[in-house]
Structure formats: structure tokens, C-alpha cells
Ligand binder design. Structure first.
Ligand SMILES: [Zn+2]
Ligand SMILES: [Zn+2]
Length: 142
């Protein structure tokens, strides 16, 4: 049976469901993620779009695309953040905090060159993005 996990915004008006396992999990340290999340890192889980379904409150989802690679989605009732569409990657980042039932098992740090919170966990630290997502694929020291 395929595993399903549900999540919601801060107030509960919007609910979503993810199916199966994420394609990747990790931490993004970029300035955009920090500013948007009001936190020092974004814990991401990346999914194929067909594995992410909004099950309630779709009409309450607002979005903001500062650039064409990231369309950030939030609840218009509570302002709670939900996910980011990455159309050029063909992936959706459902923030780990949005789907607490999915065991967060980070595999990589991206945009670590911008970090304000160094994390010495032994995981790979990429300067920007992996090569297959259009980045340099270069590692930087912890
Ligand atoms: Zn809400
Ligand atoms: Zn980021």
C-alpha cells in the first residue's frame, strides 16, 4: 500500500496530502528561503507534483513568485506557509513542518554558501544546487 500523509496550514483551512516518498529531503540556506520562512533555514521535502494533492481549502491558497523558479504558496486566512512550486525543476517543496507525519531524513544542504546557521552534521554541503537541477554541484566545507 502506498503511504499517504496529510498536512495543513497554520489555521487548518487548507489541507493537503502527499503520496509515497519524497524525491529528496534536506535544508536550504538561501536568503530567499530565510526571508520567506522567517527562519535560519528551510527544511524541504521535494515531491513530484502528481504526488501532492490539496484536499481542502484550495480557494484559500495565495501565491507569490519572486522569480520564475519558485512559486511560494500560503494560506490567505492565516498566512501560514504550505509549499513552493519549482516548475523548472518539475518538483514541489512541501515544507517539512507542513507534513509532520513524514519522517524527515535530510540528505543534503543546498545554497550552503549563504548559510547563517552552520550545521555540522556530516551531510554534503552544496555551494548552490546539484548539477542535475542546474547548479554547480560543488561542495563547500561545513
Ligand atoms: Zn490557514
Ligand atoms: Zn532556498
Amino acid at each position: 500500500m502506498t503511504e499517504k500523509n496529510s498536512g495543513s496550514c497554520f489555521c487548518g483551512a487548507v489541507e493537503l496530502e502527499v503520496t509515497g516518498a519524497p524525491e529528496a529531503m534536506g535544508y536550504c540556506h538561501c536568503a530567499s528561503c530565510r526571508s520567506w520562512s522567517a527562519g535560519p533555514v528551510n527544511a524541504f521535502t521535494l515531491w513530484k507534483p502528481e504526488n501532492v494533492k490539496v484536499t481542502k481549502g484550495a480557494e484559500s491558497i495565495g501565491h507569490f513568485a519572486k522569480n520564475p523558479t519558485s512559486d511560494r504558496k500560503f494560506c490567505t486566512k492565516c498566512g501560514g506557509h504550505l509549499m513552493t512550486d519549482h516548475p523548472t525543476f518539475g518538483l514541489v517543496d512541501v515544507y517539512a513542518a507542513t507534513i509532520p507525519g513524514v519522517v524527515f531524513a535530510p540528505g543534503v544542504h543546498v545554497n550552503y554558501s549563504e548559510t547563517v546557521l552552520p550545521m555540522h552534521d556530516g551531510l554534503p554541503k552544496l555551494r548552490d544546487f546539484p548539477k542535475e537541477l542546474g547548479g554547480s554541484g560543488e561542495s563547500v566545507p561545513e
